[in-house]
Structure formats: structure tokens, C-alpha cells
Design a protein around this ligand. Structure first.
Ligand SMILES: [Zn+2]
Length: 399
């Protein structure tokens, strides 16, 4: 399994200029390879296309020499991954357009070589030593690749992709119905599970740290830009932010460990495709939406080491469908409705627990039909939630 560790990067002005230049060269490589492929009567494989790169360097594109050769091959690889993606979409009868030429790119990938990861900077061949904020260490020694990118908001990030060993998964036939759990992520609390456990409020838990970040941010805006005090204050803000992220990650480590030790199958929503923007309050929302993907990352990582199944499911309709298996009623509800109340079968359940049960059902269907019967069918109500954050604070969940 591959895991990505993402760090904030701080390239110097000169390095940024060089990165933008290289982004353009990568776009030229992409376009050259795409054009070659489009003009050819015969299929050219990724391997064959890579072999054309040295010829282009010697001939009409000497600037291709100015970038790391493996990263050039990765850029060529994007075309082949995109084609693969398009053809699988075609099989699903979706309309697909042709690949477009690029004006520029916003990331460069170093695969296998051309990089060295240090404590507070990452060395990239043909670019230099780029400072990073390393809020946590890279887990595992087997680093596969490093990607530097700039987001639309002009922030720089470096992702370190690591391969981790997986233990063989627990055989499906050995899994008991008590040892499966579904977890729903939502806006009111960070998550709720099939047994009614909830993290009541991540926002409340992190409030002191959030307030601190906001305060240091306000103070920064009072300082004269570029002054000594400005830089001092900037450091204070960075410290406050890392305190916030550390406290959040510490909690998520404890919670993910608790779930992985307690269950054999954990069904989670594929959070990338779930819209969590209904409730917005700036930083708090940002921390929360990040928290969920971080939690999923921790669960996946810990589970892979002990053979626990983690299934990611499509979140569509999980909060509306009735989780009673005998009933397929879809109960539309607004965000403010906290209860699932089914007019067909009479099931009354906490809204988030109902969603968690649907997630578990979908997850079990995904790993093997035989397990579908493991889905709990009792229609009891379990609105009394245990606060997982209080469990974590009490220290019974050691990281
Ligand atoms: Zn129902």
C-alpha cells in the first residue's frame, strides 16, 4: 500500500522562478509526447515514448535537458494514465473528450531518484534544497516518489509517497458480526459509527488552539510588513498552528488505533466525493475537512499492518436511505433534522447512526456478498452517544 505524507514547502523566490520555468518545460514535454502519439498511425507505449526523450533532447528540444530525466518520464506517464482513465469512463458509457494540450503544469514528480528527504528540507535534483514544515515524520523507509506542487491558492506543498508492508487480510469467513463497523463523517460532529459512538465536536475539542491561531493571525496584521516584529509574530503564528495540528493528529491517532484494535472490518466513506461544505466557518471548517481525510489515512495505515479490512464506499444517499435491510425507503431530510424516522418500516434512529449503518452495509457488500447478512438488522434506537473525545482525553486510548 502507498501512503502520502504532505508537507508545506517554502521555496525561495529564485527556486519559485525555476519551478515555474520547469513547469513550462514539463508542459512542452507533455505536449510533444501527446502530439507524437496523435500523429502516429501505430500505438506508442509509455516505454517507447520514454525512449524518445533523449532524441528530443539532442535535437529540437535542448531545454528538456534542464530537468531531471525521471521527472520527464513521469510527465509522459500522465498522458498514459489519462488515457487509461478515459477508456474506463468510456466503458461506463460516459462522454469523454480528447486529451487537451497544456499551457503549463502545476506539479513535478520525482520517481525513485532525484530527491533526498531531510529533517527540514527536501533536496530536489535540478532545483535545490527546498525548506519544508515537517509536522510529523515520514512513516516507513521505502520512499517511492516525491511530488512538488503549487495549489490554486499559490501555496506550495511537497508530498512524499511511501510504500508500506501489508499483512495478509483476516479471512472473510473468520469475521464475526460483532467485529464490523461503519463510520459516517458529517458536519455536526466529526463522525458517528454504527454502534452510536460519536466524536461530539472536534471544533469544541480544538477551540482553545483555534482561538490562539486566530489571535496570532490578528496580531500579525497589526505589524509592519517586513519588520522584525512582523517576523517574530509570524513565528508565533506558525507555532500556534502547529500546536493545533498536533493536538488534532494526536486525537486522530488514538481514535484510529482504537478502531483498528476493536474491529476486523471498518467501512468508511470515500470522503473525496462527499461534499462537506454545508457548514462553513473558515479555519474550523478547514481543520475538520482535513481531519477526516487524515483519520482515513491513519486507519488505512494502521489496518494494513494487522490485516484489518478497510472498505471505502460511495457516500451517495447514505444519510437518506433507511438502514433497515428489509426496507429500501429513501427518507429525504434537511441538515437540521437529526433523526431518521422511516414512515415505511417505523425505524427511528439517530441520523448519523443510520448513515453509518448504510455505509457498513455497502462496505460489506463490497468485500463479499456472503457478509451482507452480517449487517445488523435490529431496529433499536441508539441515540445515546458515547463521546469518543472524552474517551481519548481520559487517556484510555494510548497512541
Ligand atoms: Zn424503513
Amino acid at each position: 500500500m502507498k501512503l502520502a505524507y504532505q508537507y508545506k514547502a517554502h521555496p525561495t523566490k529564485e527556486q519559485q522562478t525555476e519551478l515555474y520555468r520547469q513547469f513550462n518545460v514539463h508542459a512542452d514535454i507533455y505536449n510533444k509526447a501527446l502530439e507524437t502519439l496523435n500523429k502516429s498511425d501505430e500505438w506508442i507505449s509509455h516505454y517507447q515514448m520514454n525512449n524518445k526523450l533523449p532524441k528530443w533532447k539532442r535535437g529540437e528540444h535542448p531545454d528538456f535537458k534542464t530537468i531531471h530525466s525521471k521527472s520527464a518520464q513521469e510527465t509522459v506517464g500522465r498522458i498514459y494514465r489519462a488515457i487509461k482513465g478515459l477508456s474506463s469512463q468510456k466503458q461506463k458509457n460516459r462522454k469523454v473528450g480528447k486529451l487537451r494540450y497544456k499551457n503549463t503544469v502545476n506539479s513535478i514528480e520525482y520517481n525513485q531518484s532525484g530527491f533526498t528527504v531531510h529533517d527540514d528540507y527536501i533536496e530536489l535534483s535540478k532545483i535545490g534544497d527546498i525548506p519544508i514544515t515537517k509536522h510529523r515524520p515520514v512513516g516507513g523507509n521505502d520512499i517511492k516518489s516525491v511530488i512538488i506542487k503549487q495549489t490554486r491558492t499559490s501555496e506550495w506543498f511537497i508530498s512524499v509517497i511511501v510504500s508500506v508492508d501489508e499483512t495478509e487480510e483476516i479471512p472473510i469467513e473468520d469475521i464475526h458480526s460483532d467485529d464490523v463497523v461503519g463510520i459516517d463523517v458529517n458536519v455536526s460532529n466529526l463522525f458517528a459509527d454504527t454502534e452510536g459512538n460519536k466524536l461530539e465536536s472536534l471544533y469544541k475539542f480544538l477551540k482553545p488552539e483555534l482561538e490562539r491561531v486566530k489571535k496570532e493571525h490578528r496580531n500579525l496584521s497589526c505589524k509592519e510588513y517586513g519588520s522584525n516584529n512582523y517576523y517574530k509574530q509570524k513565528k508565533k503564528l506558525a507555532k500556534a498552528y502547529s500546536n493545533l495540528v498536533n493536538k488534532r493528529d494526536d486525537l486522530l491517532h488514538k481514535l484510529s488505533k482504537w478502531y483498528v484494535e476493536k474491529y476486523d472490518v471498518i467501512a468508511l466513506e470515500d470522503v473525496d466525493s462527499k461534499e462537506l461544505s454545508e457548514q462553513s466557518n473558515g479555519l474550523g471548517k478547514y481543520i475538520r475537512s482535513q481531519a477526516w481525510s487524515r483519520f482515513a489515512e491513519f486507519v488505512n495505515y494502521k489496518a494494513s499492518q494487522v490485516g484489518v479490512h478497510v472498505v471505502s464506499v460511495d457516500p451517495a444517499y447514505t444519510s437518506q436511505d433507511c438502514s433497515n435491510r428489509e426496507c429500501s425507503n429513501r427518507v429525504k431530510k434537511s441538515l437540521s433534522e437529526r433523526e431518521h424516522s422511516c414512515s415505511e418500516c417505523g425505524l427511528e434512529l439517530d441520523r448519523d447512526v443510520n448513515a453509518a449503518r448504510n455505509i457498513l452495509r455497502k462496505g460489506l457488500e463490497k468485500i463479499g456478498q456472503g457478509l451482507a447478512e452480517l449487517t445488523p438488522v435490529e431496529t433499536g434506537t441508539s441515540c445515546d452517544a458515547v463521546s469518543l473525545s472524552s474517551v481519548a482525553e481520559a487517556g484510555s486510548l494510548d497512541a
